[in-house]
Design a protein around this ligand. Structure first.
Ligand code: SAH
Length: 503
């Protein structure tokens, strides 16, 4: 048996975390250690739940590790672990020095595999609506680096004359863009050749600047384009105007912070991302089970009201704890809050509600219960809830003669959010901060001091899911500028889109 584990040189793709390969992701999930660079989508190392993570990239205050040190770390880690994932941006063998790492591993007798990735030079143009080859327009594509081993542009001058009819994609070219343009023109490219620069390609903050070789430098200077960026040169670059799709999404590049419970990052964030937003998930609260929730005899109830995903989770937790299952609910009618996530949680347990009120308001719930099960007088109603319930519902039910029993099963506590998370939030500089529940507002406000809140307020508007959350925000002195006409995520997202269109 080898004294070494195996090193996987895995391409992470260019930035969009969805662009890693299926094999790359599977390896991440079972890695013992992940060694990664800057520019790796931050979501990916986090997927390696059980792995030690070693960052070897460039940081603001220091250079990246010398390549030899990275080789040494790879070999050391392979001696210790069975599955070492070396995660590299784009494709490991395209301008990524992955070849050198493979050679060092081979020389040391360490077994390795290479998992290709989507290189920025292919993905960036795709996300900018630039087909790198196009019938009649470009029948070849050349990938060039503007950096030689010594960091100068000499190698570019050597190869710039190749494939002048096709598309040329230049990596590492924007820092020295004038020299890159000059080299291409000297090699024979016409100054009016269409050209584009794609900054932070496939990330939510992607920007594309399109023009011609001779206009590009001034355009990029004006826009403040910085690295990482790709230069794309050739007739196909002109297709950007017609085929751009990524940057056209309704929330493209909008920086949105979403406060949520640690346990429930999810649907809202995913939907915002689909629409193009740059989402920062800020866990403000934690849902904790209360120490000893009481036993309940479900057979005794006419109605069980499930008004949140937590209520569904808790009820089943209690059932499981006493060795029961969904059959214990057979005698009761179920009323389920009409938000998609609660309905989904209930249907996910193969239960179909008897009543689905149109909204959370006490009147709507009472009406739905009566419509489905007749007068409430004398009915026994179970309401699983958190320790602080703000709802007027129990009182409204009692006014109708129902016997309501609260089942207090969980509490909302501030998340164990470190100062780092608050600082990261401020550095992210959100344009919109979304609150999805009242408890999160309170916890959020308690995590930031006055100066931090003021900084946040300077650049961001606050959005809330609905009136209850808005009232809680107001109590904390946070003015809500975006609130949907109905308290659900679909309407909230529409409201954010509408706010953006209004500019
Ligand atoms: N192995 C990587 C390339 C590493 S070289 C790959 O296959 O994509 C680093 C250069 O790649 C950057 O200077 C930039 O020119 C380009 N690059 C990488 N990721 C990028 C991104 N998301 N957007 C624009 N350019 C990117």
């Amino acid at each position: 048996m080898s004294e070494f584990g195996k090193v996987y040189l895995v391409g992470a793709g260019p930035g969009d975390p969805g662009l890693i390969t299926v094999r790359g992701r599977a390896l991440l999930e079972c890695a013992d250690v992940v060694i990664y660079d800057a520019l790796i989508p931050p979501e990916l190392p986090r997927r390696a739940a059980r792995a030690e993570r070693i960052f070897v990239g460039k940081q603001a205050d220091r250079h990246s590790l010398p390549q030899e040190d990275i080789h040494r770390i790879l070999i050391e880690q392979a001696r210790r672990h069975a599955c070492v994932v070396r995660l590299k941006g784009g494709d490991p063998f395209v301008f990524g020095r992955g070849g050198e790492e493979a050679a060092a591993l081979a020389a040391a007798g360490v077994p390795f595999e290479v998992v290709p990735g989507v290189t920025a030079g292919v993905a960036g143009p795709a996300y900018a609506g630039i087909p790198v080859t196009q019938r009649g327009l470009a029948s070849s594509v050349t990938f060039l680096s503007a950096h030689g081993a010594s960091g100068d542009a000499a190698p570019l001058e050597d190869v710039a004359h190749t494939m002048l009819e096709g598309t040329q994609v230049v990596y590492m070219g924007v820092a020295g863009l004038p020299r890159v343009v000059e080299a291409l023109i000297r090699a024979g490219r016409a100054p009016d050749t269409p050209a584009a620069v794609i900054e932070w390609a496939t990330f939510a903050r992607q920007r594309t600047i399109a023009g011609t070789l001779e206009t590009l430098c001034a355009q990029c200077r004006r826009a403040g384009i910085e690295t990482p960026a790709l230069v794309v040169v050739g007739p196909a670059a002109a297709l950007h105007e017609r085929l751009r799709w990524f940057e056209k999404r309704p929330l493209h590049g909008l920086r949105v912070a979403v406060t949520h419970a640690e346990q429930h990052a999810g649907a809202l964030e995913a939907r915002l991302r689909d629409l193009g937003a740059d989402v920062f998930a800020f866990p403000a609260i934690r849902i904790e089970a209360v120490d000893a929730p009481p036993e309940v005899d479900l057979a005794a109830y006419d109605w069980v009201l499930l008004m949140s995903v937590n209520a569904v989770d808790m009820l089943f937790h209690l059932l499981a704890r006493s060795g029961r299952d969904a059959r214990a609910l057979a005698g009761a009618r179920l009323c389920v809050a009409g938000t998609p996530s609660v309905l989904e949680a209930v249907r996910g347990r193969y239960l179909e509600p008897d009543a689905v009120p149109a909204h959370f308001g006490a009147d709507a719930v009472v009406a739905a219960l009566e419509a489905a099960g007749g007068p409430l007088s004398g009915k026994r109603v179970l309401l699983p809830r958190a320790d602080v319930a703000r709802s007027a519902l129990p009182a409204a039910l009692r006014a109708r003669g129902a016997a309501v029993e609260d089942l207090v099963g969980w509490r909302k506590a501030p998340a164990e959010t470190s100062r780092d998370a608050v600082e990261a939030l401020l550095a992210f500089a959100p344009e919109v901060v979304v609150f999805t529940n009242a408890a999160a507002v309170g916890c959020f406000a308690s995590l930031l001091d006055a100066a931090q809140l003021a900084r946040l307020r300077g650049g961001a508007v606050f959005a809330s899911l609905g009136p209850v959350t808005t009232a809680a925000a107001r109590e904390q002195g946070l003015e809500i500028q975006i609130e949907p006409p109905r308290p659900d995520t679909a309407h909230l997202i529409e409201a954010v889109c509408a706010w953006r269109v209004r500019g």
